[in-house]
Design a protein around this ligand. Structure first.
Ligand code: ITT
Length: 206
C-alpha cells in the first residue's frame, strides 16, 4: 500500500542485453542501478553462450542483427549495442570494425597498438565514439544513438574501462576514459547518452 492509501503498482520491465562483452554489461547495469522498474539480464543468465553474428557494415544494422537474433530465439524484450570509434584522420576507421581492427580474435591491446601506429605523426587527433542501441520491445524495433567527441592520445593512459578507453580523451576533460571510474564515464559516454534516450523512451510510453 502506498502513501495516503493509494496503491502504487511498479510495472517492472525485463530486458535481455544481447552482448558478449562483459564491460558493456557492467556499464549498462550500473547506469540502470537506480531504476528498480528495469531489470537487465545477461545472455549467460538465460543460458545463451554462443557468438551473435555481426555481418553488416553499419552500426545500426549490426545492432539490429544482434537484438533480432536473441528476439527470434527467445521471443523476449531485448536490446543490443553496436559501438564504433570513428577517427577523422583515418576517414572514420576503425568504425564498425572496431572490435576486430587488428584482425579477427585480436585483443583490446592489439587494437590500441594498431590505432597508435596508424595515428603516428598525425596532428589531427579528432575522434568520436558512437553507439547505436537497438531495442526490441513487444516485437517492435526502436533505435537510440549516443555520441561523444574527443581525441586520440599519443600513448595509453589509465587502467580502468576497456577497449580503446586508454587512448580516448573526451573533449573538455583532461582524463582518458580509462582514468575515469564507471560513474564518471557514465556521465558523458556515447553508451550512456544512447541509453539515457532509451530510458526516456521507456518513460514516455508508460
Ligand atoms: P558485442 O557485440 O557482443 O556487444 P563487442 O565487443 O563485439 O560486443 P562491438 O561490436 O560494439 O562490441 O565492438 C565495439 C568494439 O569497440 C569493442 O570490442 C571495443 O573494442 C570498442 N568499444 C566499444 N565500446 C567502447 C567503450 O565504451 N570504450 C572503449 N572501447 C569501446
Amino acid at each position: 500500500m502506498g502513501v495516503g492509501g493509494v496503491l502504487f503498482k511498479l510495472k517492472i520491465m525485463e530486458f535481455i542485453f544481447a552482448t558478449n562483452n562483459k564491460h558493456k554489461l557492467e556499464e549498462v547495469k550500473h547506469l540502470f542501478a537506480n531504476r528498480k522498474d528495469i531489470t537487465i539480464k545477461s545472455l549467460a543468465e538465460i543460458g545463451f553462450n554462443e557468438e551473435i553474428p555481426e555481418t553488416h557494415e553499419t552500426l545500426s544494422e549490426n545492432a539490429f542483427e544482434k537484438s533480432e537474433h536473441i528476439f527470434k530465439r527467445f521471443n523476449v524484450n531485448c536490446f543490443a549495442d553496436d559501438t564504433g570509434l570513428e577517427i577523422e584522420a583515418l576517414n572514420g576507421a576503425p568504425g564498425v570494425y572496431s572490435a576486430r581492427y587488428a584482425g579477427v580474435g585480436c585483443s583490446f591491446q592489439d587494437n590500441v597498438n594498431k590505432t597508435l601506429l596508424e595515428m603516428k605523426g598525425k596532428t589531427n587527433r579528432k575522434a568520436r565514439f558512437r553507439t547505436v542501441v537497438s531495442l526490441i520491445l513487444e516485437g517492435k524495433e526502436y533505435q537510440f544513438e549516443g555520441i561523444v567527441d574527443g581525441e586520440i592520445l599519443t600513448e595509453p593512459t589509465g587502467k580502468d574501462g576497456f577497449g580503446y578507453d586508454p587512448i580516448f580523451k573526451p573533449t573538455g576533460y583532461d582524463q582518458s576514459f580509462a582514468e575515469m571510474d564507471l560513474d564518471e564515464k557514465n556521465k558523458i559516454s556515447h553508451r550512456a547518452r544512447a541509453f539515457n534516450k532509451f530510458a526516456e523512451f521507456l518513460i514516455s510510453i508508460k
